[in-house]
Design a protein around this ligand. Structure first.
Ligand SMILES: O=C(O)[C@H]1O[C@H](OP(=O)(O)OP(=O)(O)OC[C@H]2O[C@@H](n3ccc(=O)[nH]c3=O)[C@H](O)[C@@H]2O)[C@H](O)[C@@H](O)[C@@H]1O
Length: 491
């Protein structure tokens, strides 16, 4: 582990001692000039008699000289007749004192900065949930491969919706899996913790940390030679990008680059499969969306960061020989899903008797999505890992061309949002209070529709769950997890 806090503490101790010494020294110069006996301008022993008379009402206060200067054997004496010497002495004494005070202030500042560093590094040290022999053992155990030809996969965003499902699927078939997740509060972190507990029971260890933490990533690669990285950690949500744009840059761009930097330097380099999004098609009107269609018209910052991710991963593929597979997910739904998504929040509101807002497109056209069930997405992710060729670089150098692939993972049958609501009503046996409004200009696109022929050909991807069936499974899970009323009475 990092021994910065220890060093910092030592430095702090030294600085503290220095301050004490300076303080004592400075005090003795001010009040104890015998220290200057050897100085050529040491004044002869004299007595300073400074009489302050302070009147307080009618009472004449006693002179303060004895209180101001200590009446010890070392008490200095300056005779009034030695005016010149006295002035020289004063001048010297005050210059020396100022000098020492300046030193004192410098030492104080240094000590403060050191203390701040100590607090920062100390709190990082104390709050860091990673490192140590026990931690390394957990990481190694979780990464162990239990099948012939298996892989060891670092899954980022493992406590997320897709991440938790993919981690479980890999672990179940005998692959080694280590999760990484920062457990942020974009939506209820208790759901993420519950997913983590579920994974724990299947012996998947999730490290609590951020993909922007380069030291942590380097440490993970020190402990395990991951063959693959399934990068699913991201700031999700199309409309939230208008509220918190920086979080998208932080996770989807900066975090991605930090991860790629680690992967490019790893030896051996892992193959990377990561989550792009159907939103990169933006205002594309050609249907169904094919991977070769234009993606230069993003409608939201979220989409723009995913598009940027596709370009950034291309660069790392080109320069460093990293094997890259980008997956454009189409509105994934299912059990253990994301509470910010429409099917999830609609379910909650319908059960609580609250109205739901259903957006409508231009000319009163219903919005439509190619809703894709989680199990189908998991198959696409695992298929991508299985078919990803190795990265070709080592030690940060490319040794030959590596594959760069992009696949749509959709369902190929778009469903309108009002139809989604009707299906939920049927499964929940509760009528929704629909509030239909025109789609606000907040990043939404009117429809999505995937062409999946590439994924079918190269990954064997074949979605099998329609929205009706998938929502039935979701509702079953929702009711078992939250209870019928989600803790609130139905009005
Ligand atoms: O496919 C994708 O790439 C994206 O799919 C979803 O984004 P979105 O399709 O907007 O999913 P929802 O937020 O669940 O919205 C689904 C539909 O419901 C509509 N909606 C949403 C919320 C609402 O209150 N009312 C409403 O009518 C939206 O306009 C949209 O047409 C995910 O949230 C993104 O993270 C993902 O990248």
């Amino acid at each position: 582990m990092d021994n910065a806090p220890l060093l910092s503490a030592r430095f702090n101790l030294c600085a503290g001692k220095l301050i004490s010494l300076l303080f004592l020294f400075s005090a003795s110069v001010s009040y104890h000039p015998f220290h200057f006996r050897k100085s050529p301008i040491t004044p002869p022993p004299t007595t300073i008699k400074i009489h302050f008379s302070i009147r307080k009402g009618n009472t004449k206060m006693p002179p303060l000289e004895d209180e101001t200067f200590p009446s010890t054997p070392g008490k200095f004496k300056i005779e009034r007749s030695h005016t010149m010497n006295r002035q020289l002495y004063r001048c010297f004494a005050s210059t020396s004192t100022m000098f020492l005070w300046a030193l004192f202030l410098i030492a104080l500042t240094a000590s403060y900065l050191s203390f701040q560093g100590f607090v920062d590094s100390g709190s990082r040290y104390l709050s860091a949930s990673w490192g140590g022999i026990q931690w390394e053992k957990q990481v190694r155990t979780s990464a162990q491969i239990h099948r012939q030809g298996g892989m060891s996969v670092l899954v980022t965003g493992a406590a997320g919706f897709v991440g938790s499902h993919v981690s479980l699927a890999l672990k179940r078939r005998g692959d080694g899996v280590v999760g990484l997740d920062n457990f942020n509060d974009y939506y209820d972190p208790s759901l993420k913790k519950a997913r983590k507990s579920l994974l724990n029971t299947h012996e998947v260890f999730i490290v609590e940390g951020d993909v922007n933490d380069a030291k942590l990533l380097a440490k993970l690669f020190d402990v395990v030679a991951f063959t693959h990285v399934m990068h699913l950690a991201a700031q999700a949500g199309v409309r939230y990008a208008m509220e918190n744009p920086q979080s998208y840059v932080h996770s989807n761009i900066a975090g991605l680059v930090t991860l790629l930097e680690t992967c490019k330097s790893a030896n051996p380099q892992p193959a990377i499969v990561w989550a792009s999004s159907s939103s990169v098609y933006g205002l594309n009107e050609k249907v169904p969306f094919s991977e070769s269609d234009r993606t230069d018209q993003p409608a939201s910052l979220y989409a723009a960061t995913k598009k940027a991710g596709e370009e950034i991963t291309h660069t790392y593929n080109h320069i460093y020989g990293l094997s890259i597979t980008g997956l454009r997910f189409f509105t994934v739904y299912g059990p253990w899903g994301r509470p910010d998504m429409a099917y999830f929040s609609f379910t909650r509101n319908i059960l609580q008797g609250k109205p739901i807002t259903v957006y409508r497109g231009k000319n009163r056209v219903d919005l439509a999505r190619d809703f894709t069930y989680i199990d189908d997405i998991v198959k696409g992710c695992v298929g991508s890992l299985d078919t990803a060729a190795k990265s070709t670089g080592s030690g940060g150098k490319k040794r030959g061309p590596a594959p760069y692939r992009i696949f749509n993972l959709g369902n190929t049958s778009p469903v309108t949002v009002p139809t989604l609501v009707s299906i939920l009503e049927r499964h929940l046996k509760v009528k929704a209070k629909r509030n239909i409004v025109d789609m606000p200009g907040n990043g939404d696109v009117p429809f999505t529709h995937a062409n999946i022929s590439s994924a079918r050909a190269e990954l064997g991807y074949k979605p099998t769950t329609d929205l009706q069936t998938g929502l039935k499974k979701f509702v079953k899970w929702y009711l078992s997890y939250y209870g019928y009323n989600h803790g609130k009475p139905v009005n």
